[in-house]
Ligand binder design. Structure first.
Ligand SMILES: [Ca+2]
Ligand SMILES: [Ca+2]
Length: 185
């Protein structure tokens, strides 16, 4: 009997926690898993990171909005240029984040951002955000651009983010630009 009462207590507690919502997210999640025995994790894939060790980090930001050059001219965004040193066997990880406001007042409008290595365009991946379905009101678009390069010879490298705007009328703006680069082994 004692065992049965205890079991009901746990079940009721589980229901209360589940009903309490996100405030007890951790607990309700654990109890929910216990109650749905039909759902069983089959496999988990996980690549251990112990073998990849960060060597150096470079960081640049510019948190004021700016208007990119008109396409097809791509110019370096303010502060978005880092000269890094790559040592023997190191790989490079690049991350660029930004917030774009496309004003959409004209015909099709967009902002495109490209990574440049020593002044040469890296063709892909690039970031491209623009209006959808002939929007006429401003829209907000987030950019997250990541790239990893291996096999570089040891030496200094210049990485930059250049952008262009396809813009007929009204300024399309890019804001909160952050460039993060790390080398790793
Ligand atoms: Ca438009
Ligand atoms: Ca515009």
């Amino acid at each position: 009997m004692g065992k049965n009462r205890s079991g009901r207590g746990i079940a009721i507690l589980a229901l209360l926690l589940a009903a309490s919502g996100l405030g007890f997210g951790g607990f309700s999640f654990i109890y929910f898993n216990n109650l749905t025995e039909g759902n069983v994790v089959q496999n988990i894939w996980y690549q251990p990171t112990e073998e990849n060790v960060v060597q150096n980090i470079w960081y640049a930001e510019y948190l004021t909005h700016q208007t990119p050059s008109q396409q097809p001219i791509f110019t370096t965004l303010t502060n978005m240029q880092l000269v890094i040193t790559v040592n023997t066997s190191e790989s490079v990880y690049i991350s660029f984040n930004a917030k774009c406001t496309i004003d959409n007042s004209g015909s099709y409008e967009y902002i495109q951002c490209i990574i440049y290595q020593n002044g040469t365009e890296i063709p892909a991946p690039y970031a491209y955000v623009g209006e959808v379905n002939s929007e006429t009101l401003p829209s907000l678009r987030m950019i997250s651009l990541q790239y990893s390069i291996s096999g570089l010879a040891a030496g200094d490298y210049d990485f930059s983010i250049r952008a262009a705007t396809g813009d007929n009328t009204g300024d399309n703006r890019i804001d909160d630009t952050i460039l993060f680069i790390q080398t790793y082994l």
